[in-house]
Design a binder for this molecule. Structure first.
Ligand code: NAD
Length: 507
């Protein structure tokens, strides 16, 4: 496959790199199989402890130099990384699609997100502003400034195999930090490709070796990062189970973490909605990326007056979905990541039935020509109460639950009535309902939309969610502040030393 050659991916790849150099290791071999056709794409040698330690030591060394580069100069490197990604958008997008299984359009979209955050971070490199305050003491000046933290760990999930790294690294670098990235063990080749693309920019600009360290591996390597006191901040994206384990370890050493965990996102469909628009938002939200986005629509909360009509529209739309090779634009729905995910999908359908859910569009595994990988499943829909254990849980697959409501208060209570708090939306043309949903008595999620589905987000806003989603924020707005330490400075330019709060201390 031409895109693999273009990205310098071979059948066996080293899995530890400090930027332009690769470090040998004796870690386990991770084989990467494509969920698209079940074929092995290539292998990666995971980090072992000595190669990991050597790479982190290099990152620490790099930090000592990198933090002395003026922020706009670091921004210039990020700008060039954005250009290198532009030049490689096609092969990298194809690799994302082939290794992860999302549609080619979404693969390109993911690379576009990387480019967008590089543009954002380049501008940000001249805007790392602090505030000034008026001192209570005469002839004193107070202000705050933001300093880099050091080595930032990035642990990413399989479903956004490259964009999550870009959100974290672009901001980290302009803030003066260096990054250590452990990609998901399910998408290791995406990590190799990204490291290869940025190496050219780093080499050309003499960026210190260690500014972006790559350490491949599974959970164990992630645990090395969470325990590592050389890493003051760990940004972790993945399941709530992972986040609970990781954050306890990081907190025990009083480190910081940014957590981007699971969602259980709902759309409220009011009787005042534009139902055609609601249909597109709901179907794309539920079946896009085969239900494997953290912002995937998992629940539809529908007003009783339009419930039957909307249900009929949904069933018709699901009947038109084409399931198949995500690299072929004629298909709407690609595969799940692997057969473990397929088993989890089947178990969740069973659990839903046992708990009282009623399927109006049946699920199942696709078989036959084009489905040899065993990872293609049918998006399905069940009518189910919000309080069923399976509905309260994030199943990372295209299973959509429908429920009815009478009043907007009831709809908001249902929307908020799950442990997760990532993305939410209301479809309505009624201003009162929309404003109530957005108010402090409305959605409890990190993202709340009106007349847009739950799925996807722009890089300009701060991205993340509440409750079991972990509370972290990444990407736009002032999310950069989490990657820096704040310092308050008071300067006395008088010839006296007055103490704060009027305290007298004479010698
Ligand atoms: P996962 O939790 O299985 O793995 C995520 C990453 O964490 C992997 O790199 C894995 O090796 C590592 N890991 C696992 N256990 C660890 C531990 N104890 N310590 C340190 N590292 C550990 O998740 P996944 O299956 O790759 O991804 C799907 C999940 O990610 C879903 O729950 C989805 O909602 C979530 N997700 C959230 C966001 C968000 O922004 N909120 C974005 C993408 C994915």
């Amino acid at each position: 496959m031409e895109f693999l050659n273009h990205l310098n991916i071979s059948s066996n790849n080293a899995g530890v790199s400090t930027g332009t150099q690769w470090i040998n290791s004796n870690g386990e071999t991770i084989d990467s199989f494509s969920p698209v056709d079940g074929k092995k794409i290539g292998s990666v040698t995971a980090a072992d402890r000595p190669s990991y330690d050597a790479a982190i030591a290099k990152a620490q060394e790099a930090f000592a130099e990198w933090r002395t580069w003026p922020a706009p100069k670091r921004g210039e490197i990020v700008r060039q990384v954005g250009d290198a990604l532009r030049a490689n958008k096609e092969p990298l997008g194809k690799l994302v699609s082939y290794e992860m299984g999302k549609s080619l359009q979404e693969g390109y979209g993911e690379v576009q997100e990387m480019i967008d955050i590089c543009d954002f971070a380049t501008g940000l490199s001249r805007q790392l502003y602090g505030l000034t305050m008026h001192s209570e003491r005469p002839a004193h000046r107070m202000y705050e400034q933001w300093h880099p933290l050091g080595v930032v760990g990035i642990i990413s999930a399989f479903n956004f195999p490259v964009a999550v790294w870009a959100w974290n690294s672009a901001l980290s670098w302009v803030c003066g930090n260096v990054t250590v990235w452990k990609p998901s063990e399910k998408t290791p080749l995406c990590g190799i490709a990204v490291q290869t693309i940025i190496a050219g920019v780093f080499e050309k600009n003499n960026v210190p070796e260690g500014v972006n360290v790559l350490v491949q591996g599974g959970r164990e390597v992630g645990e090395w990062i969470s325990h590592d006191t050389r890493i003051p901040l760990v940004s972790a994206t993945g399941s709530t189970r992972m986040g609970k384990a990781l954050s306890a370890v990081v907190a025990a050493r009083l480190g910081r973490s940014i957590l981007e965990l699971g969602g259980n996102n709902a759309i409220i469909i009011s009787k005042n909605a534009d139902l055609d628009m609601a249909l597109i938002g709901s179907v794309f939200g539920a079946v896009g990326t085969a239900g494997q986005r953290c912002t995937t629509t998992r629940r539809l909360i529908i007003h009783e007056d339009v419930y039957d009509a909307f249900k009929a529209k949904l069933v018709k739309a699901y009947g038109q979905l084409r399931i198949g090779n995500p690299l072929d634009v004629n298909y709407h729905v690609g595969p799940l990541i692997d057969t473990d995910a397929v088993n989890m999908y089947l178990q969740s359908i069973e659990a839903c039935k046992q708990q009282g859910g009623n399927f109006i569009v049946d699920g199942g595994v696709m078989s036959g020509d084009g489905y040899e990988s065993g990872c293609y499943v049918k998006p399905c829909i069940a009518e189910a109460n919000n309080d069923l254990p399976i509905v309260q849980h994030e199943t990372f697959a295209p299973i959509l639950y429908l429920m009815k409501y009478k009043t907007i208060d009831e709809a908001i209570a249902l929307q908020n009535g799950v442990p997760q708090g990532l993305s939410s939306s209301i479809m309505t043309l009624n201003m009162r309902e929309a404003e109530q949903f957005l108010s402090h008595t409305g959605s409890d999620c990190g993202i709340a939309n009106v007349n847009i589905g739950t799925s996807g987000a722009e890089i300009g806003g701060a991205f993340g969610g509440e409750k079991e989603t972990g509370g972290g924020r990444e990407s736009g707005s002032d999310a950069w502040k989490a990657y820096m330490r704040r310092q308050t400075n008071t300067i006395n330019w008088s010839d006296k030393l007055p103490l704060a709060q009027g305290i007298k201390f004479d010698l």
